[in-house]
Design a protein around this ligand. Structure first.
Ligand code: MN
Length: 202
């Protein structure tokens, strides 16, 4: 999907034998920015899907909120469940920033615009914990972004070696497909979300 401000794509695989995927994602634009998130509920199947849905239902209507607030609200809304790992990114087009917060093992990689010099690929720090069970002190990180910068989020059903095929200057949906095809582990649900900034709301 493409808008003036961004372009994105997602590729997912459900664990064979299961009817529902326990990985869920959010791309929710709001005035001046967008929230991007990937949630991986522990385990798989229908029960995992319900937990991930509950987190998404908390994120979407509150997309403009600060990430520490969002993480705390998700923690409350899925308490007493198996819990989830999740990574959140909030883009601010005017400030040209991305704020990042990850708890658990949803990997985040920021691939810098190809015109720029190294480092082109930055791995985003995630904090140990399980949302809904054990939430670490959330310390969102704010980083500057440029048009063309690309965020990649991947759950642990994807081998994190995928950075070896980056940077690839292809449209986000094709990059998501390529990463999933090459790096899916096939023993868990797997999700790759690719989100590229275009820089303005037009
Ligand atoms: Mn997983």
């Amino acid at each position: 999907m493409t808008t003036a401000a961004f372009e994105w794509g997602v590729a997912q695989l459900t664990l064979p034998g299961e009817h529902e995927c326990g990985d869920k994602y959010v791309v929710e634009p709001f005035e001046g920015g967008a929230l991007v998130a990937v949630v991986d509920a522990l385990g798989h199947g229908r029960e995992a899907a319900r937990v991930a849905d509950a987190a998404v239902a908390t994120l979407v209507p509150n997309a403009k909120e600060n990430l520490d607030v969002l993480m705390q609200r998700c923690h409350s809304s899925i308490r007493e469940t198996r819990g989830a790992t999740m990574s959140l990114a909030s883009f601010d087009w005017r400030q040209r920033t991305m704020t990042w917060l990850g708890v658990g093992n949803v990997v985040g990689v920021l691939m810098r615009n190809f015109q720029k010099t190294s480092p082109r690929i930055e791995s985003l720090l995630v904090r140990a914990g399980v949302v809904g069970y054990q939430l670490p002190d959330p310390h969102p990180l704010v980083m500057p972004i440029e048009p063309g910068d690309t965020l990649i989020l991947a759950t642990d059903g994807v081998r994190d070696l995928f950075t070896e095929i980056l940077p690839a200057v292809i449209e986000p949906q094709r990059l998501a497909n390529r990463i999933l095809t090459t790096y899916a582990k096939h023993r868990d649900d797997a999700t790759v979300l690719v989100f590229r900034c275009n820089g303005s709301e037009g």
